[in-house]
Design a protein around this ligand. Structure first.
Ligand code: BGC
Length: 809
């Protein structure tokens, strides 16, 4: 029925309409074609929420924990529920396709979008991604699994040529895509900006047409990453169906012209149109075709799910003398310390950004859960001495004016950042009429002292605080050729300082002339008002925090990265915590033996003091309910459920891959299949915390393991005093190898729940693929027979039981 509707619809379209359908109508959607009953298909980012087509807090979204956190749950079922919630969010916002999940690998901890990917392990990535895609699509919303492929770092991301051998490509980087395509049948895939072995991914016939569609049977749509489509003929012949965003792209009129000039066969265009119509049918925007989902899943409470995922993702990597949970029978006074304890960093930067309706910080969470007066707060250390986009305590709006200075519209602002595209302007405003934007509003300082204000972005600015003009810069307006990413990610500039009093509101204004030609792709208007509160002397802040720690039963220090450290658009330079946070932890730990450190980062950071504190809990970017989940876990209402999806190095230099900067435009994956735990094992260096590691609040005994070439059956017993959940991990280690392989790798995992004293048994399938390698000579998968040790345990390095099996293929 659907195929017939698709063919019928295709048959009614002329070449121009077909070519038009394959190009974005604007930043987020495709054109509607009323002549065939096709509505406009709308897409939106991204992995942890559904932003919708507007970049504004007026249209809030549930913000789930970061993808690294979701992977740390090691629970594809939970990932599926996350996906189902996101489908519900998408439907609420009129979105048909979610630009997610991101399933590139943690090749190097420097990767700027590390927080947005799941794991260093392709199997775990594929399992979590499969759950996620199944969930989203069960709600009738499409996914685009991204970024296909080998887009594992950000430096020179638009052009870098990733040079990677066939074996590493198949066994590592393609593997999650393959698993998701085969197991979850995604309705879309996003081809990346980068090249692979000399061919740009939006034109990669071999990987798209032969591997993805041919070998794996993918029948979804292939959409370019935003502005990644570079050639009309190369794109369409390379299997690229949709060029985003529009309207100016290499498809549309240019594609129709290429067909007329005989450069492209119309049948090739038809194939792409069929893929788009199939997607449209699936999501229910093609009249006459039955959507893939006719009965929607039950409604999900987004706040409750965000909180559940957060506590299930927290990884307790150290817990000396059972410091956690903070016992209910003892004095529960907590000295909460750290800038991020109050201004929580709940998500990573870039296109994954959404605007949650509310955010619960650790301070909110602990204050709500403990009796009045039990929690004290001290900043301790600023993670950054740079100005940041105006946020907390600012109430701002954007006033738009025309050439004559008349107000033509107003937009609300979630923060001091204006980020508008031509088709997403406040009501009544067009690029043709818009000549200036003024960010206007009030700020209520939290602290008295000298406050710095500034700007980020290109062009002219007039900055006024409390009636005083702090800065006037009459430079030429920014041209359309300016790189929008510079304004988005660049360094903020300080423009002046004003002495303010805590609690006394002050008026402010930042005016910026605008002159943009409509229609240019990504011709976004981006600039920000930035601010930095009074910076007290670092030593004084640390001493004050240590004093507070001394006075409390437990000290909880929240350390964090900033969005100038972890974000899309650039890679990290090192793994250090910014500012004086390491000194802060040392001083607090010296003052209070019950010091718990909460690490609020999306990816690994160095924790040089880790053996000198009582407990370390990794909370990732925990999403909007992070603070409530943190209180659940610290106070023992719930146990932390996470296990590391990625090895945490003790020092950056120990990481297996430390280079993400291309040389002459190329980035060589010379390490082959040795990334993550596969590489750590080989190097023989001890990481800070190994892959799979994570403690709960009970203890487990591994009682028995039986292994056949297809299954490992493991029995575990909860030997503690409270109910718990265990993630049973199975690793395979070849005993004698005829081929070069890692010493061992993750072969399977499963979770069990058991009450105190109870035992539980779990069967973990051993996939054939776990015994196979990609044979470069044969160009195919080859089963490697022989003796394998099967090891069941709590992490890569904490094997509890082992058995040997003879695998024959
Ligand atoms: C990112 C994609 C994202 C797209 C749309 C690109 O810059 O790489 O992940 O989906 O923008 O926001």
């Amino acid at each position: 029925m659907t195929d017939a509707s698709i063919e019928a619809a295709l048959g009614k379209l002329d070449l121009d309409a077909k070519a038009r359908l394959l190009a974005g109508r604007d930043l987020w959607s495709l054109p509607a074609l009323p002549e065939i009953g096709l509505k406009s298909l709308v897409m939106s980012d991204g992995p942890i929420g559904v932003r919708g087509v507007r970049w504004t807090a007026d249209d809030p979204s549930v913000a789930l924990p970061s993808p690294t956190a979701l992977a740390a749950t090691w629970d594809p079922g939970l990932a599926r529920r996350a996906g189902t919630l996101l489908a519900q969010e998408a439907r609420r916002k009129g979105v048909h396709v979610l630009l997610a999940p991101t399933v590139n690998l943690h090749r190097s901890p420097l990767g700027g979008r590390h927080f947005e990917c799941y794991s260093e392990d392709p199997y775990l990535t594929g399992e979590i991604g499969t759950g996620y895609v199944r969930g989203v699509q069960s709600g009738g919303v499409g996914t685009t699994v991204k970024h296909f492929v080998a887009n594992d770092a950000e430096t020179e991301r638009f052009t870098v040529d990733t040079i990677v051998g066939p074996r590493a490509l198949r066994e590592l980087y393609l593997a999650p895509f393959e698993a998701i395509v085969k197991n979850a049948h995604p309705w879309g895939i996003m081809t990346a900006y980068n090249q692979v072995n000399g061919t740009t991914m939006t034109e990669h016939r071999y990987l798209v047409n032969e591997v993805l569609r041919g070998e794996w049977g993918f029948d979804g749509v292939n959409v370019s990453d935003w502005t990644a489509a570079r050639s009309t003929v190369g794109g369409i012949e390379g299997g690229l169906d949709i060029a985003m965003p529009g309207p100016k792209t290499v498809y549309g009129a240019e594609l129709a012209a290429a067909v007329r000039a005989g450069e492209v066969e119309e049948a090739v265009v038809d194939d792409a149109v069929r893929n788009v119509l199939r997607l449209a049918a699936r999501v229910g925007v093609l009249e006459g075709a039955e959507p893939a989902v006719t009965e929607l899943p039950a409604a999900i409470d987004g706040d409750a799910l965000a909180r559940e995922i957060a506590r299930r993702s927290f990884v307790l990597v150290r817990n000396e003398n059972r410091t956690l949970p903070i016992s209910a029978t003892e004095v529960r006074t907590v000295a909460l310390i750290g800038a991020a304890a109050r201004d929580a960093r709940v998500l990573g930067g870039g296109s994954a950004t959404v605007f949650p309706e509310h955010v619960l910080s650790p301070l909110d969470g602990l204050t709500a859960a403990l009796p009045e007066g039990a929690v004290t707060y001290a900043v301790g250390a600023y993670p950054s001495d740079e100005l940041a986009v105006a946020g907390e305590k600012f109430e701002l709006r954007a006033v738009c004016r025309d050439a004559a200075g008349r107000v033509i519209g107003e937009g609300s602002l979630p923060s001091g950042q204006v980020q508008w595209t031509g088709d997403d302007l406040p009501e009544g405003v067009t690029l043709e009429t818009l000549r200036s934007i003024e960010i206007k509003g009030t700020f209520v300082p939290r602290e008295s002292g000298e406050h710095a204000f500034g700007t980020r972005g290109l062009g002219a600015f007039t900055l006024t605080v409390g009636g005083e003009v702090l800065w006037w810069e009459g430079v030429q307006e920014q041209g359309n050729e300016a790189d929008p990413f510079e304004a988005f990610f660049g360094a903020p500039a300080e423009r002046g300082r004003v002495a303010l009093t805590a609690g006394e509101p002050v008026e402010l204004s930042l005016a910026h002339p605008v002159n943009k030609a409509p229609g240019t792709p990504l011709s976004a208007i981006m600039f920000s008002l930035t601010h930095l509160g009074p910076q007290r002397a670092a030593d004084e802040l640390i001493a004050e925090a240590a004093e507070a720690a001394r006075a409390a039963a437990t000290a909880v220090v929240v350390v964090a990265t900033t969005d100038r450290v972890e974000s899309e658009g650039f890679d990290r330079r090192d793994l250090k915590l910014p500012g004086r946070q390491d000194d802060l932890v040392r001083a607090v730990a010296a003052a209070n033996p019950n010091t718990v450190v909460v690490v609020n980062s999306g990816s690994p950071v160095e924790l040089p003091w880790r053996d000198d504190v009582a407990a370390v809990l990794l909370s990732w970017f925990p999403g909007q309910e992070g603070g409530a989940a943190l209180a659940d876990v610290l106070l023992g209402a719930e146990e932390p459920g996470g296990r590391l999806p990625t090895t945490w190095p003790a020092a950056f230099e120990d990481a297996p891959v430390t280079e993400v900067t291309p040389t002459d435009g190329q980035l060589h994956y010379t390490e082959g299949v040795f990334i993550g735990h596969r590489a750590w094992d080989r190097a023989g260096t001890a990481p800070a915390y190994p892959f799979g590691h994570g403690l709960g609040y009970t203890t487990w005994e591994y009682e028995s393991l039986e292994a056949t070439p297809t299954t490992a059956t493991v029995q575990v017993r909860n030997t503690g005093t409270r109910a718990g959940r265990e993630t049973v991990q199975v690793y395979l280690a070849p005993q004698a190898d005829s081929v070069e392989r890692p010493a061992r790798w993750l072969a399977g995992f499963a979770q069990v729940e058991a009450g105190p004293g109870e035992s539980a048994e779990v069967e973990i399938p051993l996939r054939r693929r776990a015994f196979e390698i990609w044979d470069e000579g044969e160009s195919g998968w080859v089963f490697v027979p022989g003796a394998y040790e099967v090891r069941a345990g709590r992490s890569l390095l904490d094997g509890r039981l082992s058995a040997t099996l003879d695998a024959r293929g």
